[in-house]
Design a protein around this ligand. Structure first.
Ligand SMILES: [Zn+2]
Length: 434
């Protein structure tokens, strides 16, 4: 019942999107305004924010950017690409919206469309975190500037291993910009750790002041001591220094582990092939703590994403028209603005930390379900699944609520009319959006 209503609403929405720009195009191309008086006034007023150049409609955003207006079908393509495509990180609606704006596109129902697109993604729903989970506690250290301090961690053993036999991922995250590096290994020895840091950190971003890791043997070896001593790096071990010091590296690992799982639902033994793509997606997606993409905090501009070349944005169009001297000057101005950008990011980091502490005290919301609703069930060890712990989805279903019992228990039924399990507590269920 619910399902059909939602679908119906969807169709009208898409029809509206299809021709929302028509009155504006008529106005700019032929100076025709709608016959209806109030509509005519509305278009005339709204048209002030639009320009029509080279057969393309642009709208000025409130922060004075010119955004290219696109139609329903193109909008769908952009949302698909931004959410789950090459540069997509399966981010939430608000993050998708920001990224689409960064890319330079707009349409009137952008906000609600992104919200709905993210909410309905099957991979996101199946792989979402358990709702009662507390946010990750944050380490009190706030790094001062990019590449001053790195957190490092080992993920694994991963079951099943990749097709090439990799079982572990070694990762490093810059505390300030959230720039991340990672590589897959069959096993990780101390010399791998040293080689990884030379190749991915020292020879790329310079020698950091501090590296923080946990107490694994690969980190606590004489080779690592020597390496740190030689480069005057203050290598700290989290359980001695502070049990939560590694919170940041763990936050990245969560993303890292979840991304290949979503991208390669059926062929996840190829996860090692997806690692560079996953890193790229992580670096070009806005991170909540800094409210910036790691890429922009490192390079001062947003990266050119594959989508922008396929569906040329205004940014690229202008750039290609510009003489080289002008481009160079612009680049210098961007770099000058980089310091300011990083200062803002630093403030955001501090604000975020304060918010996280408050969020920790919040009470969890009770959830109740009605007969006929679609739900997902949290996968627990008790259900006895054959996949390994890291790459299997967290949720299974969707199932339908067949009966509601006193005390918040529910009997579920699948689409073939079978009962997949005995009645289950609502604690382990969440709503599924079809
Ligand atoms: Zn998704």
């Amino acid at each position: 019942m619910n399902l059909e209503e939602e679908k119906g609403e969807d169709n009208t929405k898409e029809r509206e999107d299809e021709d929302w720009s028509k009155p504006f195009l008529e106005y700019f191309q032929q100076a025709i305004l709608p016959k209806d008086k109030s509509l005519r006034e509305q278009i005339r007023k709204r048209a002030l924010r639009f320009v029509y150049v080279n057969n393309t409609l642009y709208r000025r955003s409130y922060d004075q950017l010119w955004l290219q207006c696109i139609s329903g079908k193109e909008a769908q393509q952009v949302m698909r690409e931004v959410h789950a495509g090459v540069c997509g990180a399966h981010q939430s609606g608000p993050k998708m919206r920001l990224q689409i704006k960064h890319l330079g596109y707009c349409w009137p129902s952008l906000v609600s469309d992104c919200e709905r697109h993210a909410r309905r993604c099957h991979a996101c729903q199946i792989n979402g975190d358990f709702i009662h989970q507390h946010p990750n506690p944050l380490h009190p250290t706030v790094a001062s500037w990019p590449f001053d301090m790195w957190g490092t961690d080992i993920i694994g053993p991963i079951d099943p291993p990749s097709a090439k036999g990799h079982r572990y991922i070694l990762s490093a995250t810059d505390y300030f910009s959230k720039w991340a590096e990672a590589e897959a290994y069959k096993e990780i020895r101390a010399e791998d750790v040293v080689r990884f840091f030379k190749k991915h950190v020292l020879y790329r971003f310079g020698t950091p002041r501090r590296i923080i890791s946990d107490n694994r043997t690969a980190f606590k070896s004489i080779k690592v001591y020597h390496f740190a001593h030689q480069h005057k790096i203050d290598w700290r071990y989290s359980s001695i220094y502070n049990p939560r010091a590694n919170g940041l590296a763990e936050a990245f690992n969560k993303t890292l582990v979840r991304l290949p799982r979503k991208m390669t639902r059926k062929t996840y033994r190829e996860w090692h092939e997806k690692l560079p793509e996953t890193l790229w997606a992580y670096r070009t997606t806005e991170r909540t703590p800094t409210q910036s993409t790691p890429y922009s905090l490192v390079f001062g501009v947003e990266a050119v994403l594959p989508l922008e070349v396929e569906l040329p944005s205004l940014r690229i169009a202008i750039h290609n028209e510009m003489p080289f001297s002008k481009q160079a000057q612009l680049r210098l101005e961007e770099l000058e603005a980089l310091d300011e950008k990083r200062l803002i990011a630093q403030q955001n980091l501090e604000l975020y930390r304060a918010q996280m502490t408050r969020a920790y005290d919040k009470l969890t919301r009770p959830r109740t379900f009605q007969e006929g609703e679609l739900v997902l069930v949290l996968r627990r060890p008790i259900l006895g699944r054959h996949h390994g712990p890291k790459f299997s989805p967290n949720w299974e279903g969707p199932y339908i609520i067949d009966r509601v019992y006193e005390g918040g228990a529910y009997l579920l039924i699948d689409k073939d009319g079978n009962h997949p399990m005995t009645p289950i507590s609502g604690r382990y269920l969440k709503k599924y959006y079809a």
